[in-house]
Design a protein around this ligand. Structure first.
Ligand SMILES: Cc1cc2nc3c(=O)[nH]c(=O)nc-3n(C[C@H](O)[C@H](O)[C@H](O)COP(=O)(O)OP(=O)(O)OC[C@H]3O[C@@H](n4cnc5c(N)ncnc54)[C@H](O)[C@@H]3O)c2cc1C
Length: 305
């Protein structure tokens, strides 16, 4: 048993949707992964913080999943609790001036389109990132010379007493594809973003140009988890994989994309084991070529018993 309390009772008490033995393949963009024992779907930041507090009080260390666009989930699935933020996809709320309070489950493509319609700039760089806000902050997702750190004023975190703690962003909180959220193991329930006014037509024009660039450089119609490795400080991993002739490398149903060398795509019936085998092979070749181990960008979930 995950906790002293029955998860079904806990979910009922808090009014949170709960699924048992829920396939992680359905929650990840790579579409691999076996069942998660319990998946909670809180609908608001308040509910999410309260749920997190109760789980922690019961000695559980829940995993968190947002858009599942940066996770390789294990074929055997995972035991224990997972909190999925997908049901927290609420409209942004104006909280004064150019500040907007957004829930952690806010889907990023939808947020970018919402901001464009409302003449708010800042998030158009991210329209093509299939993430939710919590995951985008945790990873400090970025593209087109911009990233989430640049538009975030305050991160709303689950506090240990089940309430929401506000943390104003400070120097050092975010870096390239990582943040204090991962370093400190925090659970994000929302954020206050700064989105200044701009001409909707101008924002749309920038968004279109970013979209075209992305369509030309990423395998967007395939199932993937985005870039597998963070780029080296001085070298693009995708370009290096291409130079090394590794595009198309395949194990089972997992294959290095022919469009972007840092993407592994699920050709159909890929298992996590296939994806991990391709990752291992790429890592070996990158070390052989550069003498340096690349840092993982995707997160590999391991079984935790
Ligand atoms: C087609 C495609 C294109 C992509 N393009 C880009 C790109 O241009 N730039 C870029 O940076 N990335 C890109 N990615 C990768 C991915 O979208 C980002 O890493 C994104 O930030 C992951 O967000 P997510 O909500 O999917 O997080 P998930 O994959 O669900 O989770 C990622 C990590 O964040 C944690 N997490 C999730 N939600 C929370 C929360 N609320 N609180 C605390 N921790 C949380 C998870 O536990 C996990 O550790 C791309 C991926 C795909 C599939």
């Amino acid at each position: 048993m995950m906790t002293a309390l029955d998860p079904r009772q806990m979910a009922a008490d808090l009014g949170v949707r709960l699924e048992a033995e829920y396939p992680l393949a359905r929650l990840t963009t790579l579409r691999v992964g076996g069942p998660a024992e319990w998946v909670f779907f809180p609908a608001t930041p308040e509910q999410a913080a309260a749920l997190h507090g109760v789980l922690r009080e019961q000695g559980s260390d829940p995993r968190v999943i947002g858009g599942g666009s940066n996770i390789v989930a294990p074929d055997a699935g995972v035991r224990g609790a997972v909190i999925c933020t997908a049901a927290m996809n609420l409209p942004p709320e104006a909280v004064g001036g150019e500040r907007f309070r957004c829930a952690a489950g806010q889907a990023i493509p939808g947020l970018a389109r919402w901001a464009c319609r409302h003449g708010r700039r800042g998030v158009e760089f991210a329209e093509g990132i299939p993430a939710q806000l919590g995951g985008a902050l945790r990873m400090n997702a970025g593209a087109n010379e911009s990233c989430f750190a640049e538009i975030t004023e305050t991160v709303l975190l689950a506090a240990s007493d089940g309430r929401i703690e506000e943390r104003r962003v400070a120097a050092g909180d975010f870096a390239y594809r990582e943040s204090f959220i991962g370093r400190e193991g925090r659970f994000v329930v929302g954020a206050i973003l700064r989105l200044p006014e701009d001409e909707p037509e101008e924002i749309r024009r920038r968004m279109l140009s970013f979209r075209r660039r992305r369509q030309a450089t990423q395998p967007l119609t395939e199932r993937s988890a985005g870039c597998v490795f963070a780029n080296y400080p001085d070298q693009s991993v995708g370009a290096l994989v291409d130079e090394l002739g590794l595009k198309g490398l395949r194990v089972g149903g997992a294959e290095v994309s022919s469009v972007h060398g840092n993407f592994i795509i699920n050709r159909g019936e890929a298992r996590a084991a296939d994806v991990l085998a391709v990752i291992d092979r790429l890592r070996e070749e990158l070390i052989r070529a550069t003498g340096r181990a690349p840092r993982m960008e995707v997160e590999i979930w391991r079984e935790r018993r």
